[in-house]
Design a protein around this ligand. Structure first.
Ligand SMILES: CC(=O)SCCNC(=O)CCNC(=O)[C@H](O)C(C)(C)COP(=O)(O)OP(=O)(O)OC[C@H]1O[C@@H](n2cnc3c(N)ncnc32)[C@H](O)[C@@H]1OP(=O)(O)O
Ligand SMILES: CC(C)C(=O)C(=O)O
Length: 377
């Protein structure tokens, strides 16, 4: 399925990402990440939750001062006057107001009736709009809400003036086909407002569900760098962006070649390592050891890579091990200035495999050392 529709990228690394246990960024660290997100080209930066602490308040304020001229900066607020006022005091021109719509949240957490929640949606969105803000409303736990009530909540937010409505899969229980259908229904009652999706990764489906939401009609996706966030995390920015661009041909503002550096920066500042096998930005995302693959990639990278590493700022890494073949070994040695005939290469390869079979790693330098013996013998 192909489309040229433009999809907004709403980055919540500094809000939902930072909410994860063990991640507490300083003001300076938040500002560094915000600057990188602005360079990357996201459409909205959710800078934090200004009412939650002094630090969050001042970080939001500084981020607006630093990058607010060139990118929309928003902040999270509960559906109450105090949180919205705190956002306004921090200087926000855009606010993300949320209140849950699922019965389990209403009964046990909010202790409110459905009617009270609808009133609260209307009042809080209207209040924020009356201060001239761009308002995005999220019915938290939308995907476990009664669908009729969810549609009522969305209509209420739209009537109160919400500019965008975001549909959160708060505990990650959606499957792609189900979510696509739900988003279609939401779009039908939203009077042309941008519909957004916010997916959590509890079943490893956050990226798939986000894409399904877009196919269902969403015009914006909430993401975090490296997929950090509550519990199993959020939909990862790099996966969503590249899937939208490369697999479905949607238009996205993000400069994909800055993805790897952005991932490294967020990893460094949060202290959360990027998994080796992480799609797009993992160190093995363009890694090859198997002889058949390495041969193919040397002839033409398209054989075993769905995109070029440079497109996302990552690197191709050719490794040696028990699965290596002659073509790969030749390339690794020639890159280091070592040229051997096929007979000698085969002997070096046998040694490489012997080392690997005994459970040891073989680096390019190890191969060079072995090959040097053959050069001089
Ligand atoms: C799905 C999400 O990610 S939602 C965002 C979650 N993020 C965070 O919680 C991070 C920031 N949070 C905080 O710093 C604090 O929780 C604060 C400042 C917001 C509130 O702190 P406290 O006043 O101490 O309350 P606490 O966090 O224990 O409880 C939450 C209160 O907010 C209420 N509440 C929760 N969500 C909403 C909402 N969307 N709208 C209005 N009220 C809400 C709860 O019912 C509870 O109210 P109560 O105090 O009257 O019982
Ligand atoms: C506030 C909302 C969007 C949220 O973070 C969630 O439901 O996961």
């Amino acid at each position: 399925m192909f489309s040229t529709r433009k999809i907004r990228i709403f980055d919540t690394t500094l809000r939902d990402g930072e909410q994860a246990p063990g991640i507490d960024l300083t003001l300076e660290q938040k500002v560094r990440i915000a600057r990188q997100l602005q360079r990357l080209g996201v459409d909205t930066i959710e800078a934090g939750f200004p009412a939650s602490s002094e630090g969050e308040f001042f970080a939001t304020k500084r981020i607006i001062e630093e990058v607010g001229d060139s990118v929309e900066v928003t902040g999270l607020a509960r559906a109450n006057k105090n949180d919205i006022d705190r956002g306004i005091e921090a200087g926000l021109a855009s606010i993300h107001v949320f209140i849950a719509t699922s019965d389990v949240h209403l009964k046990y957490k909010l202790k409110m009736t459905r009617e009270q929640v609808l009133d609260r949606i209307y009042e809080s969105v209207k209040y924020a709009k009356s201060h001239g803000l761009i308002v995005e409303y999220s019915p938290e736990d939308a995907t476990r809400s009664n669908v009729e009530f969810l549609l009522q909540a969305v209509k209420t937010a739209v009537e109160a003036g919400a500019d965008r409505v975001n549909i959160p899969d708060t505990v990650g229980v959606m499957t792609p086909f189900k979510f696509q259908e739900l988003i279609k229904k939401i779009v039908e009652v939203s009077s042309g407002r941008i519909i957004s999706v916010h997916c959590h990764n509890d079943f490893g489906l956050a990226t798939a569900n986000s894409i399904a939401g877009v196919v269902g009609g969403a015009g914006q996706v909430h993401v975090t760098v490296n997929g950090i966030g509550e519990r199993a995390g959020n939909a990862s920015l790099e996966e969503v962006v590249m899937a939208l661009k490369k697999l479905l041909n949607y238009e996205v503002n993000v400069k994909s070649w800055l993805l790897y550096d952005t991932s490294k920066l967020v990893s460094e500042l949060t202290g959360v390592p990027v998994p080796f096998f992480k799609a797009i930005v993992g160190d093995n995302a363009f890694g090859h050891e198997a002889g058949i693959h390495v041969h193919g990639v040397i002839e033409n990278p398209l054989t075993y890579e769905p995109m070029a590493p440079e497109e996302v700022g990552n690197f191709r890494r050719l490794a040696l091990g028990k699965h290596s073949g002659i073509h790969g070994l030749r390339k690794i040695l020639e890159d280091q200035g070592i040229y051997l005939d096929d007979e000698k290469l085969k002997e070096v390869l046998q040694e490489v495999k012997k080392i690997a079979d005994s459970g040891n790693k073989v680096s390019a330098e190890d191969a060079k050392r072995i090959a040097t013996r053959f050069l001089t013998s």
